[in-house]
Design a binder for this molecule. Sequence first.
Ligand code: HEM
Ligand code: NAG
Length: 511
Amino acid sequence: MVPGFLSPSLSRLGLWASGLILILGFLKLISLLLRRQKLARAMENFPGPPTHWLFGHALEIQQTGSLDKVVSWAHQFPYAHPLWFGQFIGFLNIYEPDYAKAVYSRGDPKAADVYDFFLQWIGKGLLVLEGPKWFQHRKLLTPGFHYDVLKPYVAVFAESTSDMLDKWEEKAREDKSFDIFSDVGHMALDSLMKCTFGKGDSGLGQRDNSYYLAVSDLTMLMQQRMESFQYHNDFIYWLTPHGRRFLRACQVAHDHTDQVIRERKAALQDEKEQRKIQNRRHLDFLDILLGARDGDGIKLSDADLRAEVDTFMFEGHDTTTSGISWFLYCMARYPEHQQRCRDEAREILGDRDSFQWDDLSKMTYLTMCIKESMRLYPPVPQVYRQLSKPVTFVDGRSLPAGSLVSLHIYALHRNSAAWPDPEVFDPLRFSPENASGRHPFAFMPFSAGPRNCIGQQFAMNEMKVVTALCLLRFEFCLDPSRLPIKALRLILRSENGIHLRLKSLRPGSGK
Ligand code: HEM
Ligand SMILES: *[C@@H]1O[C@H](CO)[C@@H](O)[C@H](O)[C@H]1NC(C)=O
């Protein structure tokens, strides 16, 4: 109970507070409307699909099949069209090589309207950073992906894959299709933790599994948040059930990454371990982060360190998981290419057990197939920028500084001007002869320019080793009753998993 003599002043306070909230809300609305007007005016010269008065294009984008919806818009509106997530976030959505080059060959910052949704989860790591700090971190971490560092990873990829294939041997015996996506995901996480985070040989534990599931939740929730204007405001989002679920999943992810950092720091206390690191000519990713000093000898702050670990832990496994899973789906769908890749792998391997570094450059057909599968199923289908200065495109149309640009990699890869018969799976598009004449910005699975993927070489190596070993052990077939349905969740996933039937090729497996 509030004592009687206090209540008049309390109720006055309440009145003041609600008045203030009303005024602040009103000011916010005005600033949003002004911003909307500015973004819309900037895109005046770009016709596009009709927009809903409240949702913009969000309703179309949220539907299954939205990726192909954008491809059909791309046919209707050459080069680019406006794309609105609600009323206040409007991008120029581009999908043409020269348009892509005009923006992505420069180092414009990420669009904060979208990438800020990452902050609670992966913080300001390389993916989100901008300006001098981004440059400093990029320079610091680049040696962690030097090829001398990557060389020994070939054996690690092979080992993690072999554990997965043994598990698949059991599942194949049941002669039913199963979803390969999460097995590939656990394998990729296991490899990543061994390669870049110095994890020992033991398989994944319960905590790693919780982490894996949390990432799948986080990517789904973040995509949903981007596309739902009512979730754009932090304050409102954290009050909703989805927002709270996002925070819980962040907690799980952070528990995992904190543990990884703690264990490594503890190991560094150990003198023997320290000597081992000093004797290594090339440091791994986590060594670099923990040993980093800036010009004044100051260490990375704990927040910076964790942001980078969270960033690489996510980017380093979820992307390759998508790449490998969709590749195996393509192999199942096009058995003639599957057989050619297998023959090539057999020939390279000869009578050895596993692949070595030098073998990777010999996998030419497999590499073409991986690229063709990333063309049709790019693991990262869409990336966003905010222009720091105006840009003029090839056709003379332009955008002022401050405009938001979305590069639709999925639609770019199906642009029929760059890719005749875009829906046809044809690895020969990537033969040296055929690739040499192509626009360098027609194929951008790893983005391009200064903000391209730092893990590109790591990813290509992993995909080659893993898929070659998969094809040597199994034949992959489609399950026509459970074809995958493409879903954009930051990463390209499938609504219903990727179900394939596997036939063991091991002698004595009875097939
Ligand atoms: C097939 C696998 C992969 C694909 C398709 C891929 C794709 C991409 C793309 C499109 C970007 C640009 C993102 C943007 O503009 O917002 C990017 C950035 C990045 N990727 Fe990857 N990636 C893959 C694997 C990896 C791996 C294995 C790692 C780490 C081990 C990694 C770490 C990063 C980081 C840290 C960035 C931010 C770089 C910067 O802005 O300086 N990626 N990746
Ligand atoms: C180039 O691509 C075409 C069409 O896919 C194919 O028929 C041709 O063999 C390719 N050329 C080379 C040299 O790979």
